[in-house]
Design a protein around this ligand. Structure first.
Ligand code: C2E
Ligand code: CA
Ligand code: CA
Length: 647
C-alpha cells in the first residue's frame, strides 16, 4: 500500500483553506458586510486564516526533507515563525468576535464599568505577553525547535502557550456565549457551536498527525459556517425598509440591558408623507420610512437602525452623552415638515421624535415598543420628546387602555355631589363620574374625560351615567330626602349626533322619569357654528320637560350671547371665578358681573366650588341662587350620598 503523502495532502489542505477563506472574504465584501465592528473582526479572522494557510503551504513545500537548501530552510523558519505568531491570535480574536456578536463589547464604550475596563486591560496584556513568548522562541526554543536535520520539533511550551492558551480563550468565549444565549437566534447559536466542533476536530487531528495540515482548513470551514449564519443577517433584516427588524431590536435591547449597557434610543414615529405616491409598487409604500432610515443611518451608522413597526424607526446610540444624543435627535426632528430628497423620493415628510434612555425610562424592548405605540398627545409639536414627556405619554396610553376597558370592566361609578339653595336648603345633586381601574386604581375625570372624548367613547360613557341617574331617580330614594333634580354632564359633540334626543327621551320614558328631575349640563365653549344644531337638540329635550345648565361659565372663550341664547335655565359659574373673586378686585368684578348678567337674563345662577362661609356670604350678597361645593359635601358614592342627605 502506498504511504499517505502528507506533503501533497498538506499542500492541498492549505491551498483549500486559503481558497475557502478567500471566498468568504469575497462574499463578505460583495454583500457589503464590513461596516459593523463585528464584521471587521470577522474579516480580521479571515485575514489571519489566509496568512496561516499561506504559511502552511510554504512550510509543506520547504520542510519536506533534510536536504533542504539554505534558502528553503530560511523560508521554512520564517513561515513557521509567522504561523505561530498569528495563529495564536485566532482564539483571542474569536473571543472578541463573540463579545461583539453577543453585544458585550459595547460595555467598553459609554457607560462601561471600571471593572470591564480593567478586565479589558488584563486581557490585552495576556495577549501581548503570550505573543512576546512566541516571538522570543528563536532564543528560548520553548515552543518549537529545528533539529540538526533541519526538522521541526515541538517543545513543551507549545502545549502551554499554544494549546493551553487557546483552550482558555475558547472556553471563555463559550461561557460568554452561553451566558448570552437568550439574545441569539437558534441559527446563530448552532453556527457558532458548529464552528467550535469543526475547529476543535481540526486541532485534535493536527495534534495527533502534526504533518497533516488540517487545522487551518477546518477552522476556515468553521468560519464559513459563521459567515452563513452569523454574519449573514437576513433573518434580522426588514427588507421593506432596509434596516434591522423588530425581532432583532428586541434581542439587541435585551442584550444591552442584560450586559448593563446604557443606551439612548432615538425613536422616530408617526412617519408620514404628505401625498400618496403615484408610482404605487408595494415597496414604494415604505419610501418615507426608507428615506428616514437612510438619514438616520448616515447620522449614527446604518447597523444601529431598526424598523419597529409601520411608520416607526429606532436608532440605538451606544456611546453618546445626553447632549450629543439630544443634538442628534433634534437634527432629525428639524427635518420634518420639510421636503426630503433622496434617490427614491422627493416629498414632504412628517414624524415625531422621541429620545428614550434605556434602561432608565424603559428597561425592556417591550417597554420601548409600548412608548412607540402610545398615542401622541394632541397638539404635540415637532420638538423632541424625552424624559418626563415620555412618562406623560405612557400615562396617557395607560389611561386610554383603562377607558377602553372601563365600561366592560364595570370600573365606572357614578358619585353625587349635593347642591343647595342660597339659604342652605338641599336642592339637588350633580352626577359625577369616577373610575376605579384594575391597573391604575382611581383615576379622576379631569384626566379620563378628555381621553374618552378623544377616543370617541364619551357618548357611551355619558349615556351610562344618564342611565344610572335614571335608575337612581326611579328608586325615589333621593327624592325622599329632598333632592328635586339630578344634573348630568353631557359632551356637546355627542348631543349633536343624530337620534340623541330621541334616545335620551326613550330612556327616561322607560324609567318613568319626569322631565323636571333631570338637568343636563353642557359647557360654555360651544363653537358658534354648532349653536344652531345644539339648539335644535336642546329644544327637543326641553319639550320633554328636561332643563339645561351652562357649565363652567366664565372660563370659555365662546360667543357669550350665543351661549346664553341656548335656552338654558341655569348658569353654573365656574369655581375659578369664585376663587379669584376672593383674591383680587378684578376677580370680584367678574363674579358680580356674571351673577348680575344671569339675573338680567332671567336665568338662575349656580356657584360651584363653594368651600367657605365667606364664599356663601359673598354669593348671597350678589344674589346668587344655588350653591355647590366642599363646604357642603364632596361628591359621594350613591349609598354614602343617601346617608348624607338623610341627615
Ligand atoms: P364639572 O362639571 O365642572 O364638575 C365639577 C367639578 O368640581 C367636580 O370635579 C367636583 O368634584 C369639583 N368640585 C365641586 N365642588 C368643589 C369644591 O368646593 N372644591 C373643589 N376643589 N372642587 C369642587 P370632578 O368630579 O373631578 O369632575 C371634573 C370634570 O369632569 C367635571 O367638571 C366635568 O367636566 C367632567 N365630568 C365629570 N363627570 C362627567 C360625566 O359623567 N360626563 C361628562 N361628560 N363629564 C364629566
Ligand atoms: Ca358639571
Ligand atoms: Ca363646572
Amino acid at each position: 500500500m502506498e504511504k499517505i503523502n502528507f506533503t501533497d495532502m498538506g499542500l492541498g489542505l492549505s491551498l483549500s483553506a486559503f481558497l475557502v477563506a478567500l471566498t468568504d472574504l469575497v462574499f463578505s465584501l460583495v454583500s457589503k458586510r464590513y461596516d459593523k465592528p463585528q464584521n471587521k473582526v470577522y474579516l480580521i479572522q479571515l485575514g489571519i486564516l489566509k496568512l496561516n494557510a499561506v504559511c502552511g503551504m510554504v512550510t509543506t513545500f520547504t520542510g519536506q526533507s533534510k536536504y533542504t537548501s539554505d534558502s528553503a530552510f530560511a523560508m521554512l523558519i520564517v513561515s513557521r515563525y509567522i504561523y505561530f505568531l498569528t495563529h495564536a491570535l485566532i482564539p483571542p480574536v474569536f473571543f472578541f468576535y463573540i463579545s461583539n456578536v453577543t453585544g458585550r463589547n459595547f460595555r467598553r464604550r459609554g457607560g462601561g464599568k471600571k471593572m470591564d475596563f480593567l478586565t479589558d486591560r488584563f486581557l490585552l496584556i495576556a495577549v501581548a505577553v503570550n505573543e512576546l513568548i512566541i516571538a522570543l522562541n528563536p532564543l528560548t526554543n520553548w515552543i518549537y525547535v529545528f533539529n540538526e536535520n533541519r526538522q521541526f520539533k515541538r517543545c513543551w511550551g507549545e502545549f502551554i502557550f499554544v494549546y493551553g492558551y487557546s483552550a482558555v480563550w475558547m472556553a471563555a468565549a463559550f461561557i460568554m456565549l452561553m451566558c448570552s444565549r437568550k439574545f441569539l437566534s437558534n441559527s446563530r447559536k448552532s453556527a457558532i457551536v458548529f464552528c467550535y466542533i469543526v475547529g476543535l476536530a481540526g486541532v485534535l487531528l493536527q495534534l495527533i498527525y502534526s504533518k497533516f495540515r488540517i487545522e487551518v482548513f477546518m477552522e476556515t470551514l468553521g468560519y464559513t459556517g459563521v459567515l452563513l449564519f452569523v454574519e449573514n443577517e437576513d433573518d434580522r433584516m426588514d427588507v421593506t425598509v432596509g434596516t434591522y427588524n423588530a425581532a432583532a431590536f428586541k434581542l439587541d435591547i435585551a442584550a444591552a440591558v442584560s450586559n448593563g449597557i446604557q443606551t439612548r434610543l432615538i425613536l422616530v414615529r408617526n412617519i408620514t408623507c404628505d401625498e400618496h405616491r403615484i408610482i404605487g409598487s408595494a415597496e414604494s409604500d415604505y419610501a418615507p420610512e426608507r428615506a428616514v432610515a437612510e438619514y438616520l443611518g448616515k447620522l449614527v451608522g446604518k447597523h444601529y437602525i431598526y424598523s419597529i413597526g409601520r411608520g416607526k424607526l429606532a436608532a440605538v446610540l451606544y456611546n453618546k452623552t445626553d447632549s450629543e444624543a439630544l443634538e442628534l435627535a433634534e437634527s432629525v426632528a428639524d427635518c420634518f415638515g420639510k421636503t426630503w430628497e433622496s434617490e427614491e423620493i422627493k416629498m414632504r415628510l412628517d414624524g415625531r421624535v422621541l429620545l428614550v434612555d434605556v434602561p432608565e425610562r424603559a428597561s425592556t424592548a417591550e417597554e420601548v415598543l409600548y412608548i412607540a405605540d402610545c398615542p401622541m398627545p394632541v397638539g404635540a409639536d415637532r420638538s423632541v420628546m424625552s424624559g418626563s414627556d415620555l412618562d406623560w405619554i405612557v400615562r396617557r396610553s395607560a389611561v386610554e387602555a383603562a377607558v377602553r376597558r372601563g365600561l366592560k370592566d364595570g370600573s365606572f361609578d357614578v358619585w353625587y355631589q349635593p347642591t343647595y339653595t342660597i339659604d342652605k336648603q338641599l336642592h339637588g345633586a350633580e352626577a359625577l363620574l369616577r373610575m376605579n381601574d384594575r391597573e391604575l386604581g382611581r383615576v379622576y375625570p379631569d384626566e379620563f374625560i378628555p381621553v374618552a372624548e378623544q377616543l370617541g367613547l364619551i357618548g357611551e360613557i355619558d349615556e351610562f351615567v344618564y342611565r344610572e341617574v335614571c335608575a337612581f331617580l326611579a328608586s325615589h330614594e333621593p327624592q325622599r330626602f329632598g333632592v328635586g333634580c339630578i344634573n348630568v354632564n353631557l359632551s356637546v359633540t355627542e348631543c349633536m349626533k343624530s337620534g340623541f334626543a330621541e334616545r335620551f327621551t326613550e330612556i327616561a320614558d322607560r324609567w318613568g322619569i319626569q322631565g323636571k328631575e333631570v338637568v343636563f349640563e353642557i359647557t360654555e365653549s360651544v363653537a358658534a357654528e354648532d349653536i344652531v344644531r345644539i339648539s335644535a337638540v336642546i329644544d327637543k329635550l326641553k319639550s320633554r320637560g328636561f332643563s339645561f345648565a351652562i357649565d363652567d361659565f366664565g372660563t370659555g372663550y365662546s360667543n357669550l350671547t350665543a351661549t346664553l341664547s341656548l335656552g338654558a335655565e341655569l348658569i353654573k359659574i365656574d369655581k375659578s371665578v369664585l376663587w379669584t373673586s376672593c383674591k383680587d378686585e378684578n376677580g370680584g368684578e367678574l363674579l358680580s358681573a356674571s351673577v348680575k348678567m344671569v339675573r338680567a337674563m332671567h336665568k338662575k345662577s349656580v356657584a360651584e366650588g363653594v368651600e367657605t362661609e365667606e364664599h356663601i356670604e359673598k354669593l348671597a350678597k350678589l344674589g346668587c341662587d344655588y350653591l355647590q361645593g366642599y363646604y357642603f359635601s364632596k361628591p359621594l358614592p350613591k349609598d354614602e350620598f343617601l346617608r348624607f342627605i338623610s341627615k
